[in-house]
Design a binder for this molecule. Structure first.
Ligand SMILES: C[C@@]1(CC(=O)O)c2cc3[nH]c(cc4nc(cc5[nH]c(cc(n2)[C@H]1CCC(=O)O)[C@@](C)(CC(=O)O)[C@@H]5CCC(=O)O)C(CC(=O)O)=C4CCC(=O)O)c(CCC(=O)O)c3CC(=O)O
Ligand SMILES: NC(=O)C1=CN([C@@H]2O[C@H](COP(=O)(O)OP(=O)(O)OC[C@H]3O[C@@H](n4cnc5c(N)ncnc54)[C@H](O)[C@@H]3O)[C@@H](O)[C@H]2O)C=CC1
Length: 211
């Protein structure tokens, strides 16, 4: 069996179509909102949350049954209707090159969604390749307890350091050495101020910073 190919997509401003307005559609829309997609929902009926998002203009809602032209120009399509025949109709209207998730049958679309949690810039995504979405959810829940807010702050620090090192240290070996040293557990455990100072000391060790 071939594996799914995991990818972190930038879908900011990209046209995303969600067909269906039930709780499953709502969950998929929440994920698309976090990624700032340009979302249109097609469904005659929708959950309270979906109607609120539409009223707040966070998404567009076409209150009708899906038609073949609804998938035109979409970067990504998710179909989450409780009737397989309708999901099939959506699939038939979609171009094979478009990204399509069939919430009712993973074998028919070309992508599936993982369970995930975020802590700042960290995203932990877990997939069971569709074998047990419930288990994927349990695993992310278990993992999330290992990454609290301080981890998000530590990652912010690492991000700033990396930008700094890339702009001031020319030599690839030194760059790598500094960026590896700040991954030591002791750095993670330090206070914000202490780690900042230790980092600057590392940068000036072994001669002045490259110009
Ligand atoms: C293939 C996939 C396609 C897709 O939708 O992307 C798919 C398909 C199906 N899910 C079904 C059931 C459930 N799905 C969940 C939950 C989630 N499902 C998600 C993803 C995926 N679900 C993809 C595979 C992911 C993977 O395994 O890697 C998560 C991870 C992400 C998300 O939805 O964003 C989200 C957790 C979010 C979180 O972490 O909180 C729960 C648990 C719950 O709701 O609490 C149940 C009940 C328990 C169980 O079944 O395990 C059914 C059967 C419907 C029926 O009974 O007919 C189908 C259809 C089928 O199997 O054919
Ligand atoms: N992937 C996943 O994580 C899961 C997927 N499922 C699948 O997702 C399906 C949807 O689940 P729910 O949201 O709970 O169902 P639901 O019954 O709450 O919602 C179905 C939605 O489809 C809309 N709809 C019906 N006909 C339509 C049409 N012709 N055009 C556009 N919209 C139409 C309805 O207005 C309704 O909003 C389930 O039938 C099941 O196959 C179920 C559980 C989890």
């Amino acid at each position: 069996m071939s594996h799914y190919y995991p990818i972190m997509l930038n879908i900011q401003g990209k046209k995303a179509i969600v067909v269906g307005g039930g709780t499953i559609a709502e969950r998929k829309i929440r994920g698309l909102l976090e990624a700032d997609a340009d979302i249109t929902v097609i469904s005659p009926v929708a959950t309270e949350q979906i109607s609120r998002w539409a009223a707040d203009q966070q998404i567009q809602w076409k209150q009708k049954n899906v038609e073949p032209s609804d998938t035109d120009g979409a970067f990504l399509v998710i179909t989450a209707v409780n009737e397989p025949a309708v999901n099939q109709k959506v699939q038939d209207s979609a171009d094979p090159e478009q990204l399509l998730c069939r919430s009712d049958d993973q074998t028919k679309g070309n992508f599936i969604l993982p369970s995930l949690f975020r802590q700042g810039k960290l995203t932990v995504a877990v997939s069971t390749s569709g074998a047990s979405p419930g288990l994927a959810k349990r695993i992310t829940k278990e993992l999330s307890s290992s990454y609290d807010e301080s981890f998000g702050e530590y990652l912010e620090f690492l991000d700033r350091c990396r930008i700094h090192v890339k702009s001031v240290i020319r030599e690839p070996e030194r760059r790598k050495s500094i960026l590896t040293q700040i991954l030591d557990q002791e750095f993670q455990d330090m206070s914000g101020q202490e780690r900042e100072q230790r980092f600057l000391a590392l940068c000036s060790e072994g001669g002045r910073e490259d110009e």
